[in-house]
Design a protein around this ligand. Structure first.
Ligand SMILES: [Zn+2]
Length: 252
């Protein structure tokens, strides 16, 4: 299986044992999301040196950091675009509200335009901002392939996303006993739109809660979602792997 969203290189130290454990758990690929220049440099060199699991790189400035646009990082993303499988994570976060909405929107539009120019898909971070976010994508770059990473929205929002052909990604949050409405979403999303991810090091799934999350824990989410959908875990892994390859640029 492929972990559709993780942060491996946020920290300077990447424990190699973590990649070994991922491999042992059947993770053959990891989409590594880089949110700053140093993170991107570490990510690109990891992608070059690590082949099992294969590491694919995604980069952009997050809405959390939208208060100050990072010009150096924007240029680095442009410069290394040919080594990226997507632009992200970008979007809007009205839950934490670390930056004013207009700043978040401006940064979001800037990266959407970049993705459109580069013909790369986008990885979206959205918290309590779905309709603003959908309006902006519709108006700016409706042709883009879109992944809603770590989806925590409503069933109505999931339907709107699917109607647009977007991908809806389930993280470990879906495994929490309280996540009943998200579990309805996980039952609803059609095979062609479904992804699974860890978003590690955050959000360890049930059974691993309290620990630092890592790609090796993806199986817990895969099993849980397969159960919800009444399918064998093997077929869940097959459809989500196929979707990762269809969505991301150059992942095979
Ligand atoms: Zn993330």
């Amino acid at each position: 299986m492929i972990d559709a969203h993780a942060h491996l290189t946020h920290d300077v130290e990447l424990p190699l044992a973590l990649l070994e454990r991922a491999k042992d758990a059947g993770v053959v690929g990891i989409i590594n999301v880089c949110t700053g220049t140093d993170d991107l440099m570490r990510g690109l060199s990891l992608a070059k040196t690590c082949h099992a699991p294969k590491i694919y790189t995604v980069a952009a400035q997050t809405p959390h950091d939208a208060l100050h646009e990072d010009e150096e990082f924007f240029r680095a993303v442009e410069e290394h675009a040919q080594s990226l499988v997507a632009i992200g994570e970008i979007g809007l976060d009205y839950h934490y509200d670390f930056a004013p909405k207009d700043k978040q929107k401006a940064l979001f539009v800037r990266y959407l335009k970049l993705a459109s120019t580069l013909k790369l898909p986008v990885v979206i971070h959205c918290r309590e901002a779905f309709y603003d976010l959908a309006d902006i994508i519709d108006a700016t770059a409706p042709e883009l392939k879109v992944m809603l990473h770590c989806f925590t929205g409503t069933l109505e929002e999931a339907k709107e996303a699917v109607r647009r052909g977007w991908y809806v990604s389930m993280s470990g949050i879906v495994t929490f006993p309280k996540s009943t409405s998200l579990q309805d979403v996980a039952r609803f999303v059609p095979d062609d739109n479904l992804l699974i991810e860890t978003d590690s090091p955050y959000l360890a799934p049930q059974g691993h809660r309290g620990k630092t999350n890592e790609p090796a824990f993806l199986g817990a989410t895969a099993k849980f979602v397969a159960n919800l959908r009444g399918v064998p875990v093997e077929s869940l892994v097959e459809i989500t792997t196929r979707n990762v390859k269809r969505l991301f640029h150059g992942v095979s």
